[in-house]
Design a protein around this ligand. Structure first.
Ligand SMILES: NC(=O)c1ccc[n+]([C@@H]2O[C@H](COP(=O)([O-])OP(=O)(O)OC[C@H]3O[C@@H](n4cnc5c(N)ncnc54)[C@H](OP(=O)(O)O)[C@@H]3O)[C@@H](O)[C@H]2O)c1
Length: 334
C-alpha cells in the first residue's frame, strides 16, 4: 500500500499576546505503515478551542505545554479507513485527541466510537462533545435548579449556548451576554434566552442590573475580568459561580485589573467552583445519553461555525479571540 500523505499544523514559536499565523506551520508528512492493533483514521472535522492558547505558553498549566516543532493536538471526529484490530471497522466514526492533522494512526484505546444517527458529525465536537459536556458538568457542579436566575458570559459560544439551553430545560431564567447584535439575536431567538445584551456597548454592570433587577443566583463564567466583577456585584446572597474559563485574559500580557470586589465572596457567602471537563470523562456516557436525548427530541439546538480546510485552521483558532464564531467553531477537513 502506498504511504498516506497527511498535512498537519505545528507550533513553531510561542505567541506573545494574540497569536499570529507566523507562530504556526502547515507541514506535509508521510504516515508509517499500519501495524497490528493499530487503526488508520481520516479526520472529518477538527476542533479549535480557547484552552489551546494556554498550552502555547511555555509554563505548565493543568496540562503540559505544546512542544515547539510538534503537531498540535485537540479534539477531532474522523472515519476509520483501515483497522488491524477487531475493536474498529472501516467506516466507524470516532472521536480522538488527534486533531490539527488530516490522517493519523492510533491505538484502539485512544479512540472513542460515536453513533452516527445525529448529524452533522461535527456535533461531537460541540453540543455532544467536550464543550457541551463542559456546560453540563458546570450546571451540575453548582446544582442549577428550576427558578434559578442564571447569567452566562461568552453566551453565544460553544459552551455558553449549550449551558443556556440546558438551564432553560431545567426551568431557569437565563441571561446571556455576547459581543455583537447578531449574537444577541441568536441567543434570544434561536437559543431561547430570556434576556441578552451586548457587553461591548455600554457598562456591563448597568446592563446586567437592568436585565436582572432582582439579582442572579448563578454566574457561569467563561470570560473573567470585568464580567466576573459585574456578576459579583449582582449575585444574591448564597449565589454560586461556575469558574469555567477566563478568555478575557488568555492573550493578556499583564495580570487582569478586575475583579476589584472579591470581598463580596465573603459578605454574600458565595460559592465558586472551578471545573476541568477532562476530570469528568467517567460521566461521558451519562452526558451523551441525557444531552443526546435533548438533541434528538429537538429540545436542544446545536449551531456551529464551520471553516473549511486545514489551511484555514489557524485563522479559525485566532478567530475565537476575535468573536468570529457563533456556537462551536469547527474546521471541516476536505
Ligand atoms: N474548564 C473547562 O474544562 C473548559 C472546557 C471548555 C471551554 N472552557 C472555557 O469556556 C470558555 C468558552 O469556550 P468555548 O470553547 O465555548 O469558546 P467560544 O465561546 O465558542 O469562543 C470564544 C468566544 O469568546 C468570546 N471572547 C473572545 N475574547 C473575549 C474577551 N476578551 N472578552 C469577552 N469575550 C470574549 C468571543 O465571543 P464574543 O463575540 O461574545 O466576544 C468568542 O466567540 C473559554 O473560557 C474556555 O477556555 C473551559
Amino acid at each position: 500500500m502506498t504511504a498516506i500523505k497527511s498535512r498537519e499544523i505545528r507550533l513553531i514559536s510561542r505567541p506573545e499576546g494574540m497569536p499570529t499565523k507566523d507562530n504556526f506551520d502547515l507541514v506535509q508528512t508521510e504516515l508509517e505503515p499500519l501495524q497490528d492493533r493499530q487503526v488508520l483514521v481520516r479526520n472529518l472535522y477538527m476542533s479549535v478551542d480557547p484552552y489551546m492558547r494556554g498550552r502555547m505558553n511555555e509554563e505548565k498549566s493543568y496540562i503540559p505545554p505544546f512542544e515547539l516543532g510538534e503537531p498540535l493536538t485537540g479534539a477531532a471526529v474522523g472515519e476509520v479507513i483501515e483497522s488491524r484490530t477487531q475493536d474498529f471497522q472501516p467506516g466507524d466514526i470516532v472521536t480522538s485527541n488527534f486533531g490539527w492533522r488530516e490522517y493519523f494512526i492510533a491505538a484502539p484505546q485512544d479512540l472513542h466510537r460515536v453513533e452516527q444517527e445525529i448529524q452533522p458529525l461535527s456535533i461531537y465536537l460541540g453540543a455532544l462533545g467536550s464543550t457541551g459536556m463542559t456546560a453540563w458538568v458546570g450546571l451540575n457542579l453548582v446544582e442549577v435548579k428550576a427558578d434559578d436566575i442564571v447569567f452566562i458570559s461568552g453566551a453565544a459560544g460553544a459552551v455558553g449556548s449549550v449551558a443556556g439551553q440546558l438551564a432553560k430545560i431545567r426551568g431557569c431564567k437565563v441571561i446571556g451576554t455576547a459581543g455583537s447584535s447578531s449574537k444577541i439575536e441568536y441567543l434570544k431567538e434561536y437559543c431561547g434566552f430570556d434576556e441578552a445584551f451586548n457587553y461591548k456597548s455600554g457598562s456591563v454592570l448597568e446592563k446586567l442590573e437592568s436585565a436582572a433587577p432582582d439579582g442572579i443566583d448563578v454566574y457561569f463564567d467563561n470570560v473573567g475580568g470585568e464580567m466576573l466583577e459585574a456578576a459579583l456585584s449582582v449575585l444574591r446572597t448564597h449565589g454560586r459561580i461556575i469558574a469555567c474559563g477566563s478568555i478575557a485574559s488568555y492573550n493578556a500580557t499583564e495580570p487582569p485589573s478586575a475583579p476589584h470586589n472579591l470581598p463580596n465572596m465573603t459578605t454574600k457567602r458565595l460559592t465558586m467552583k472551578g471545573l476541568i471537563v477532562s476530570d469528568w470523562l467517567d460521566h461521558q456516557s451519562e452526558f451523551e445519553r441525557e444531552v443526546g436525548g435533548y438533541v434528538q427530541a429537538g429540545k436542544l439546538k446545536s449551531k456551529e461555525t464551520v471553516v473549511t480546510g486545514i489551511d484555514q485552521a489557524v485563522s479559525a483558532f485566532i478567530g475565537l479571540f476575535e468573536g468570529k464564531n457563533i456556537g462551536k467553531m469547527v474546521v471541516k477537513l476536505k
